[in-house]
Design a protein around this ligand. Sequence first.
Ligand SMILES: *[C@@H]1O[C@H](CO)[C@@H](O)[C@H](O)[C@H]1NC(C)=O
Ligand SMILES: *[C@@H]1O[C@H](CO)[C@@H](O)[C@H](O)[C@H]1NC(C)=O
Ligand SMILES: *[C@@H]1O[C@H](CO)[C@@H](O)[C@H](O)[C@H]1NC(C)=O
Ligand SMILES: *[C@@H]1O[C@H](CO)[C@@H](O)[C@H](O)[C@H]1NC(C)=O
Length: 928
Amino acid sequence: MMHRLMLPICLSLKDIFSCLGFTLVGAIMERAVVQITLFGLLLAFVTTLPNKDDWDIYSFHINSTVTSRYATTVITSRVVNRMDESKEIEFLVRIPKNAFISKFRMSIDGQMYDGVVNAKEQAQQQYTEAVSRGQSAGIVSSVGRTLEEFKTSVTLAAHNKVTFELTYEELLKRKLGKYELQIHARPMQPVKDFKIDVYIHEKAGINFMEVKGGLSTKALANAITKTQTDKQAWLYFYPTEDQQKICDSCGEDGMNGDLVIVYDVKRDTSLGDIEVSDGYFVHHFAPSSLPRIPKNAVFLIDQSGSMHGRKIEQTRTALIHILNDLAEDDYFGLITFDGNIFHWRRELVQATKGNVDSAKDFARNIQDRGSTNINKAVLEGARMLNAHPREGSASILILLTDGDPTSGVTDPKTIQSNVRKAIAKKFPLYCLGFGFDVNFEFLEKMSLQNSGVARRIYQDSDAALQLKGFYEEVATPLLTDVTMIYIGGTNLTQTNFSQYYNGSEIVVAGQITDNDIDSFVPQVVAISSKRRVTFADTNATMESTGTVSDSHIQRVWAYLTVKQLLDQELLLSGPEKEKVKTDALKLSLKYSFVTPLTSMVVTKPLGENTEVLHKPKEGQAPQQNWQVPPPSLSQTSSNPVFGKMRSSRVGAVPGAGAGRRAGVGGPPGAAGESGALGQYHLHFGPLDDYHLHSRRIISGHVDPFPSLMNYGAVAHKKPIRVPPHRFLIKTENQSLPLCFDINKDVRLKLLHHPSGELSMNGELDSLRYGGFKRIVIHFETNKSVDVKIDGITVKDGHDVKFYTGNDHITVGSVTVIKRDKEVDVTAGDTRIVILLHQQNRKHLLWPVVRQQPPDSNAEGILALKPVAYEEVQQTRSTKLRIKDQEIDVVSAGAADYSIPFPPILECWLMSAESALQRPLDDFSVAEL
Ligand SMILES: *[C@@H]1O[C@H](CO)[C@@H](O)[C@H](O)[C@H]1NC(C)=O
Ligand SMILES: *[C@@H]1O[C@H](CO)[C@@H](O)[C@H](O)[C@H]1NC(C)=O
Ligand SMILES: *[C@@H]1O[C@H](CO)[C@@H](O)[C@H](O)[C@H]1NC(C)=O
Ligand SMILES: *[C@@H]1O[C@H](CO)[C@@H](O)[C@H](O)[C@H]1NC(C)=O
């Protein structure tokens, strides 16, 4: 009988000081203030790096699945305590701010410890009780630029293992014409069994996809492989342990950085796509083929004394860029303010070249001085816009400030009420809070009250870019007064939007009354320039997932509803506030979201403190927390283990990873380098249904592409035939891959390193199933890994072992990781994965190179250099020109077995000799 102690620890922003360790460092970075005492502390942390022999991360996997912009990411980390005594093991990861954690669990000795989401008050009470009993442990959620931190720890017995598993969910937001899935990887040490798998499925179709972020540069770029079909994309990131130390922003402590997958979807109909499942719907509305609406913009620029130095310089720079970008039919106004306000012009003027030049001169001369009269500035801005009504235009008011109101009207409530009256819902107010001295909640509330949003501008070298990026998001209004109407819909999320900007997206979710899809009629009414427009496309891609229950649509609805209720809660008071709060809490509990209203209680093994995880709130400065001496510090430091682990974070201060990216739209150069996928990928696959493709070949044109499901169904009816092996040669530009068949049983040379340090051969299995039945990798002297469908044989000289279960095996310098459906082999800079596929109860093996040095001179079918081709259209057939040779091709399809659930790719089928540019015999070997 197992007893569990319920000793909760709380960490909201009020008591976040127990996370002193890194908020402290974060604060130093953030403010560039070096205080002697703090610096001393910092040094103390640096000198106590963890001893790598103590504990080891056995595996670290990140798996992200995006379905219709809703991303569910699972981080799994398995850690082993290598000591002869018990030890505290920490799990620390960063997740996007926008995400809600929905699941966390630990598994120790087959026992599962699940986190349970509770109302925050309840958790708070448990926390208080625990503290009064004198029990506490450090647990942290802190706010960075785009990420927040999740941390927990558990004491592990000698030589024991723990598996941590964290799941979080987020709806990707479209900004500047793209979605960004940010995955932060920082396992805190190089990990042999490290991988990131990303799968994106967009029914509307994927328009483009690219990879950015610090981890997609230089040494690590060739550890990324990606595959894309019309509606699906797969991305694998498999860096070797050595690479994890040498990349940018990596070191002895391993990787520390982001992988950012940037993409957009296709938009066929102006109404956008509507997905329906189980009585819920999600509508994505983002028309782009509309004319822009001229705008009236007034910029209110804080020039108070606190803007002194770099802030005011960056503001000037950004403002000059923004003024340059105004369109000639825009009107604009510019006010700077401190204790007083200063007009560039008293009224709005047209953005003619002369006016813009004059405004730029004014901007160049903005000087910092005095106090902050926000009230006066915003009211004057509103007056200017109100005095300039222009039919068919969109007005916006943008306030930039770095501090609290300190002169004139200073009471936040009075200011908000004044501003609300002055604006009277006629245009949105956007508030940009520069740095951490602003009362962000005040700005946030004021924006929300006036149909705008508030953004934090991080005080960093890229602040000017952040400002400009934000402006770009609202620079091109396409519609105003957007009303989303859903006849037959209920429990809708927000449906009225004052403006819609190019590059953004309006998302509405709701329920369909009685799940009656036939009487469900979506419609959008809005004003485009001077016209009233209605979007009521009856041909909208209203895709119902049919009988397959697709819970993600319901979750999107819950996610959006909770987010919007939390915003409303900020605006309301009294019973209304309580009602909204109760509703948000109910949903958070039902969908197990860790929101600002809920906490996750993590129960640990007997004798250990239960922990409570809270979601931190945007708008509070990290440095506010370290001014209070942390009550838990003495406790923390009295635990040498914890002290050590804590110090390991110092190499990776907040901001170092996340800070590379602008919080707003405009990514700085560092994040802008796209993954140079300078590699050519070869994938190949046996054909399950020869008929299907021969038909295609005969007809000579491309059939509508069979979906995987269809393909499976057709394959099922397959006549008895010897399946050939169809190999895919992918190109990285958008052109179709090449494919060719091998119709005989051969032993193939897959990958041979020139110096002979590694060679891999495979034996095709035409007789029975297709694919490979055996793959052998030789390395060093008399060492090999022999992979068959039923297990692997590892030979180390005379020592021969057979493995069937999951394991990590080290042979010489080679690491073999056997997982359920794949064998992952790392040798030097090469990482090979052999996938085990099951198709119609048949198994086949599949080799894939997940990473290889870009300048490798390796030979073999997996090492082919890219073949550039040109299409030569003729009346009845297609030819491809490859190196001055014209080759007959037909359009065909091939299963891409480099992916666990192989999709069918469209390809140009040609003879093996043509595709390989050499006789096939050059690729055969006598022996495995
Ligand atoms: C990733 O998660 C998805 C969805 O939960 C699951 O279907 C898939 O098998 C996972 N992939 C890996 C490599 O674990
Ligand atoms: C809106 O953005 C798209 C691409 O993102 C662009 O092609 C189009 O021209 C833009 N529309 C306007 C009015 O600027
Ligand atoms: C949305 O706008 C329509 C028309 O503009 C109005 O009738 C309706 O009351 C608004 N709804 C909300 C919730 O503000
Ligand atoms: C809807 O589809 C039908 C037939 O495919 C077509 O005739 C009609 O023009 C389409 N309507 C719209 C609004 O696109």
